[in-house]
Design a protein around this ligand. Structure first.
Ligand code: ZN
Ligand code: ZN
Length: 368
């Protein structure tokens, strides 16, 4: 029987290469030949501290070619063998209101934090048949309720690997933050997520983009400038709030996007202070269990809107794919590194800043 190789997380910061049987593909399903699995900050977290003991094929930002498509899969969904596609990590019920809205991220069927039977690429146990529920593998299984997008012509698999951070950029800055023409924006954290937000804000017409980072982020802050940031601030060398107020003539910014990782409460506190006098918006993604001395009064007196960054909608993915196809920004400055299947451990650690230096976005290429 034909085997499929996959990198399986078997414990905290532990990976094993295992093989799985090549699945039978029913009429309503398909098989994806993986080209690129993007690695993001969430992987760094989930690898070091897995949310469960189950063995998991990680990889939730997946690009590949349809290798086999059942007759019904092609008829219903419009994808055929040979198509280059992006697969969202949400596997949906197809029936609830969120699914009908294209907001698959909120569907209960894919919400692993709430529903123990949820299916989500990169999160679901590899013990669950047909096992191939993650992108760090040669193939991935696509049931009828997978959410698939065509990758536009001219976009390489590696460039398409940026679609997830870019679609989060669209969702968080445009849809959640309301960034548009003449907006002033503070983006905290110059990783792949912050840099993608920079591109999207620039494209949307923001008149001022400030990106913050730490001293170790010097190269990333240079990339931020190349992608459209007007100012960059090293928060370890400068008084960030004083600089922001100087740049904005004491006014503060319209929108704050928190794309920092492991920076504790600091970005939130800076964000509240950096927002304009009234009516600013802050989009946050922190998952700290507690926030002692949260300055609620400061926030309400400034009439701040606080929003939660939670993945991306169908529409955001389509816009992100068009952004990639436009070739308007030098995005090859973000896609810095590629790794093979046997180097999953090194790849994830490198994205987390321990391993190969200066990684911004890493592509896992299972056939490399
Ligand atoms: Zn991710
Ligand atoms: Zn649903």
């Amino acid at each position: 029987m034909e085997k499929v190789l996959a990198a399986v997380r078997v414990g905290p910061s532990m990976t094993e290469i295992r093989d799985f049987p090549m699945p039978e593909i029913p009429h309503d399903s398909a098989l994806l030949r993986m080209e690129v699995g993007g690695i993001c900050g969430t992987d760094v977290k989930m690898y070091a501290t897995p949310p469960s003991k189950a063995p998991v094929i990680m990889g939730h930002e997946n690009i590949g070619y349809i290798a086999k498509a059942g007759r019904e899969f092609t008829r219903r969904k419009g994808f055929k063998e040979g198509d280059l596609v992006f697969v969202e990590h949400y596997v949906t019920c197809g029936q609830c209101e969120w699914c009908h809205l294209g907001q698959y991220r909120h569907c209960e069927s894919t919400d692993w934090r709430y529903n123990p039977d949820a299916i989500r690429y990169g999160y679901t146990s590899s013990e669950k048949a047909p096992h191939l529920w993650g992108g760090f593998a040669q193939y991935m299984y696509l049931p009828w309720n997978s959410v698939v997008h065509h990758v536009p012509k001219g976009v390489t698999p590696e460039l398409a690997g940026l679609v997830t951070p870019m679609s989060n950029g669209v969702e968080w800055s445009l849809f959640d933050g309301g960034v548009g023409y003449n907006s002033s924006v503070l983006i905290q954290g110059p990783g792949q997520q912050g840099l993608s937000q920079t591109v999207v804000c620039k494209q949307a017409g923001a008149s001022l983009i400030i990106v913050t980072g730490k001293s170790k982020d010097r190269a990333r802050l240079e990339v931020a400038k190349a992608l459209g940031a007007d100012h960059v601030i090293d928060v370890q060398k400068e008084d960030a709030l004083a600089r922001i107020m100087e740049i904005t003539g004491g006014k503060g910014v319209d929108v704050v996007l928190d794309c920092s990782a492991g920076a504790g409460t600091m970005p939130i506190l800076l964000g509240i202070d950096a927002l304009k006098r009234k009516g600013g918006t802050m989009v946050v993604q922190g998952e700290m269990a507690e926030f002692p001395n949260f300055p609620l009064a400061k926030m309400t007196l400034k009439f701040v809107t606080l929003k939660s960054a939670r993945g991306h909608s169908y529409k955001a993915c389509e816009l992100a794919l068009q952004q990639l196809a436009s070739r308007r920004f030098p995005l090859e400055k973000i896609t810095t590194h590629t790794f093979g299947l046997k180097d999953v451990d090194l790849a994830i650690k490198s994205v987390g800043g321990h391993g190969v230096p200066d990684v911004i976005h890493a592509s896992l290429m299972p056939w490399k």
